[in-house]
Design a protein around this ligand. Structure first.
Ligand SMILES: NC(=O)c1ccc[n+]([C@@H]2O[C@H](COP(=O)([O-])OP(=O)(O)OC[C@H]3O[C@@H](n4cnc5c(N)ncnc54)[C@H](O)[C@@H]3O)[C@@H](O)[C@H]2O)c1
Length: 338
């Protein structure tokens, strides 16, 4: 196991399986979200926690943060009913487990949880970020995440097209959720033609062109933005992609690292998701844990664009992939911390 520590506990109030995986604390306390979702078996939740905590090490290191990688999972097995009371009990149980790490792990929202849930966790531990504004936190991380992706997109456009102007470019956004919705507005305001897609038809409005989720990733475009779920860039899809630039917030977009090489071989520039999607975690950790002001934290989010430019330029100069260069950046930070 590459991870430093994993704690698995049955919640004393909720009876649910709670998992906290700490991948690395080399750069500082581990930080990563609290996922609450259904799994066929709690061991699948453990697999998720191991994979996601490792990805958080990479995300936090690439962003230059003094935090390591960790992740919490509250695993709901088939047949488990989640009443509001049991949900609250599970969040309190998780808060207690976070507190047992004595400040070496901070949790925040992830799939299945949000700022209001963090206020519940906060009743058991102060080691939680993204609290609602009414509780003294910064609330949702979607806006800084979207800003970091937007800066990455501009850096990618400058690299691929020789200009970061989006005027006249076609941008396809797959997933019109809290981050995708903000990005759609930002790229439209920057002059792009925006085509959007979502499995939820209620997201369809007159604001943007619409394409079905099946067609979205193959739609002719200059820039493709995966903003829904992970695992969308498969070896089978690579030959059918048309956009020369892919950048988006969805975590773990590639089904395997080899896909990065296949994309590069087709001349497609893929910006690693753990670099592009770090804006939210950068902003909330700097604001709520390190006490930076709003503008200073936003500057650090905008700096993601500088990192992306460096990664893309180095990959071009070395004839490697952006994934390889971003991983080298992470490795260098972790080695220098030893
Ligand atoms: N919110 C953040 O701060 C943040 C930070 C880092 C990474 N991310 C990642 O970015 C992605 C988007 O985050 P979000 O907060 O906007 O999530 P969200 O849940 O608000 O939105 C996701 C949207 O994708 C849609 N969707 C689901 N499956 C789809 C499919 N197959 N095709 C098209 N649409 C589909 C959903 O209906 C929803 O509208 C997620 O993968 C998330 O893990 C988010």
């Amino acid at each position: 196991m590459e991870h430093e520590e994993v704690r698995i506990r049955r919640g004393r109030r909720s009876g649910l399986t709670l998992i906290i995986a700490i991948h690395s604390r080399a750069l500082g306390p581990a930080a990563g979200g609290i996922r609450l979702r259904r799994y066929p078996d709690w061991r699948d939740g453990l697999t998720d926690a191991l994979r996601l905590s490792e990805a958080m090490t990479a995300k936090n290191a690439a962003a230059g943060l003094g935090f390591g990688g960790g992740k919490s999972v509250i695993a709901l097995e088939p047949g488990t009913e989640l009443t509001p009371a049991r949900r609250e009990a599970a969040l309190l149980d998780l808060g207690e487990l976070i507190e047992s790490f004595d400040g070496s792990y901070f949790g925040g929202p992830d799939v299945g949880t949000g700022p209001d849930d963090m206020a519940v966790v906060h009743r058991e531990t102060p080691r939680v970020f993204c609290l609602p504004e009414s509780s003294g936190g910064v609330g949702s991380s979607s806006a800084p995440t979207a800003l970091g992706v937007f800066e990455s997109l501009l850096a990618g456009a400058a690299h691929v097209f020789g200009s970061d102007s989006l005027r006249g470019r076609t941008v396809v956004i797959s997933g019109l959720g809290s981050v995708g919705g903000l990005l759609a507005r930002q790229v439209a305001d920057a002059g792009a033609r925006v085509v959007v897609s979502d499995v939820d038809e209620s997201k369809r409005t007159a604001d943007h062109e619409w394409v079905t989720p099946e067609k979205a990733l193959r739609t002719p475009a200059d820039i493709l933005v995966p903003a829904a779920v992970g695992g969308v860039l498969t070896p089978e899809l690579v030959p059918e992609l048309s956009a020369p630039l892919i950048v988006g917030p969805a975590n773990n977009q590639l089904t395997g690292d080899a896909v990065a090489g296949e994309l590069a071989a087709r001349g497609i520039v893929w910006i690693p998701d753990f670099v592009a999607s770090a804006g939210g975690v950068v902003y909330v950790l700097l604001r709520e844990v390190e006490g930076l002001g709003h503008e200073d934290a936003l500057d650090r989010v905008r700096a993601i664009g500088v990192t992306v430019s460096r990664v893309l330029d180095t990959a071009s100069a070395n004839g490697t992939t952006p994934l390889r260069e971003a991983q080298s950046l992470v490795d260098a930070r972790l080695i220098s911390a030893r």
